[in-house]
Structures are given as C-alpha cells and as structure tokens.
Design a protein around this ligand. Structure first.
Ligand code: FMN
Length: 184
C-alpha cells in the first residue's frame, strides 16, 4: 500500500546550479534547483517572479548555468538566501565572459553553460526561461578522456523533501547496456 501525498512534485534528484545574469551592467546570480532538460540543446528554469534575476534574463535574453561543487555549499546557499534587490552579488564570485556578453560565467564553478533565451513562458507565479546552450566550458580536472566526468564534478543535489544538499552516489550500471541482459 502506498501513501497518497497529494500533488507533491516528486522528481528526484535535482542538481543545484547558479544561474548568472547582468543587471545594470553588473553580474549577479541566483541559486536554482528547478532546472530541467528539454532537448539535447535546450534547458529550462522555473524562476519565481518575485526574484531580482528575472529582469536581467528577460532583458538580455541570455543566462549562464554554473555548477557549484561541494566545497562551495555555503556561498551557493547564500546566493539563494539574499536577493540582488538589496544585496550586491557581483563580488560573490569571479565572473568571466565567454561568447555571450551578458551571460556572466562563475569562474569558481568547474562547469558552465552559456545559454540564449528562446522562449519565456509567463506562468502565474513563475517565469519559465527556456534557453539554448551556446557554449559549455569545463575545467580540465572534471574531464576524463575529454568528456565531462560526473564523479569529478562533486555536484550539490537538492532534496525538496528535507531541504538539504546531497552528494552524488555510486554508479549502478551502464545505460543502454545493462537492460540487454534482462529476461522478460
Ligand atoms: C537550494 C536552493 C534552490 C533554489 N531554487 C530555486 C528555483 O528553482 N526557483 C526559484 O525561483 N528560486 C529558487 N531559489 C530561491 C532563490 O535562489 C532566492 O530567492 C534568491 O535569493 C533570489 O535571488 P535574486 O532575487 O537576486 O534573483 C532557491 C534557493 C535555494 C537555496
């Protein structure tokens, strides 16, 4: 027997990322967990309309996605507590720029994506920003044979139920491979 939880959103786990934007010619960022994959090139973010960052993303039509590591947990959480409305987050990190001038990348994060906004969905409480990945940057130490190595990123996984950051677990099996041995 299973317990009915009501319409609780239960999609686990979610990576915690820092989304970067520019407002009044200054870089700023927001901690985000409601981030998802749409296609091989498109991602989406569900950003509450009350936040400061929305304005920059809507105006510039660009944003960055940056992966903070375990050792960045305090500053990542801080960026999700304070708002750019009354706290300057332009000095929180070293911001650098890639191909897009208005999508500041966080140097301290080992993995970054620059995105161009393709669509903005106007939900009642949230702006849903859909972005196409323009360029991805990875620090050498998170690559294995030139490919992103999930075990080296040390991501912060967000748990909506307990409101805690979790570590990545162990690999279980190879995708599109282990199923070949299944006997229906
Ligand atoms: C772990 C974590 C995840 C968060 N995820 C989201 C999210 O997915 N969407 C959202 O609108 N706010 C999210 N927030 C809240 C914003 O990061 C927070 O309100 C922030 O202060 C807004 O900054 P801004 O006003 O400078 O844009 C999250 C906060 C934390 C700590």
């Amino acid at each position: 027997m299973k317990t009915k939880l009501g319409n609780v959103l239960a999609l686990y786990p979610m990576p915690t990322v820092l989304a970067g934007t520019m407002i009044q010619e200054k870089p700023t960022c927001i901690t985000m967990a409601h981030v998802g994959i749409l296609t091989h090139k498109h991602i989406m973010m569900g950003m509450n309309k009350t936040h400061y960052s929305n304005q920059g993303i809507a105006e510039n039509r660009t944003f960055s996605i940056n992966f903070p590591t375990r050792d960045m947990v305090k500053v990542t959480d801080y960026a999700g507590i304070v708002s750019g409305k009354n706290t300057d987050k332009s000095k929180l990190f070293t911001y650098i720029y890639g191909e897009l001038e208005t999508a500041p990348l966080i140097e301290e994060c080992p993995l970054n994506m620059e995105c161009r906004v393709t669509d903005i969905l106007d939900y009642k409480t949230h702006d849903i920003f859909i972005g196409e990945v323009v360029q991805t940057y990875a620090r050498e130490d998170i690559l294995t044979n030139g490919k992103i190595d999930i075990t080296k990123i040390k991501p912060l996984l967000f748990d909506m139920a307990t409101l805690q950051y979790f570590d990545l677990g162990e690999p279980v099996a190879r995708c599109w491979h282990v199923g070949k041995d299944y006997q229906p």
